[in-house]
Design a protein around this ligand. Structure first.
Ligand code: SAM
Length: 212
């Protein structure tokens, strides 16, 4: 993603009631943030937020947290949330390489949408589906593990399928062309997804699960 320096982004983000400024403080008791025991779904690398915001609107009985590392990107999600009241949504600005410090056995589903592919071998550990990340995710899940991934990148997809299965995940649902298969009912598109679909590119999708 090309990053622009967005003037005033930091101040705008930090004054938003959607942002959890010190997320480590809620580790193990995120239900206090939402004041209910609803399932918790998180998206890592949410970008400009369309997916997580639309999910929060559509599914009020699920709590959603969007995670993004860059101010200049998360501010776009904050802009979209002006004048919208979604009590089941929060955002966290952080690099997910420390995600095990934030959640403790309280997440039900992780979404990885159009994650950065990091094509060079020497950057493998930065891929959000690499073994180091899958290891970090272990302590996040409350019950059975569930990860849902969408991407336009065939190589990242193939890499991830191998990484997931080597780590003990089962492939529960898989599509090599999500829009043709209509595998997900009421699919919610991300910003990247809308762009790739308009270019006629196939969208790869996999849902993987692992028993606790
Ligand atoms: C290619 S963009 C896709 C954004 C969005 N999911 C979509 O589909 O439109 C990947 C996003 O993930 C974020 N990201 C990448 N690695 C991350 C990490 N380790 N922690 C948090 N965010 C990350 C990037 O900053 C970027 O906004």
């Amino acid at each position: 993603m090309r990053l622009k320096n967005v003037k005033g982004a930091k101040e705008k983000i930090e004054s938003s009631s959607y942002l959890l400024l010190n997320p480590e403080e809620y580790k193990g008791h995120f239900h206090d943030v939402f004041e209910n025991e609803h399932p918790l779904h998180i998206e890592i690398g949410m970008g400009k937020g369309n997916f997580i915001i639309e999910n929060a609107k559509r599914y009020p009985e699920i709590n959603f947290i969007g995670i993004e590392k860059f101010d200049s990107v998360i501010v776009r999600a904050i802009d979209k949330l002006q004048d919208i009241d979604l009590p089941n949504l929060r955002l966290i600005r952080m690099d997910a390489s420390h995600i095990e410090n934030v959640f403790d056995h309280e997440v039900d589903t992780i979404y990885l949408n159009f994650s950065d592919p990091w094509p060079k071998n020497r950057h493998e550990e930065r891929r959000l589906t690499s073994t180091p990340f899958l290891t970090r995710y272990d302590s996040l899940f409350r019950g059975d593990y569930r990860i849902k991934m969408k991407t336009d990148n065939r190589k990242l997809f193939e890499y991830s399928l191998i990484s997931f299965t080597n780590y003990g995940y089962e492939l529960s649902k898989l599509s090599l062309n999500l829009y043709e298969d209509e595998l997900i009912k009421d699919n919610i598109a991300t910003e990247y997804e809308s762009k790739f679909v308009s270019l006629g590119k196939p969208i790869y999708f996999v849902e993987v699960t692992k028993k606790k």
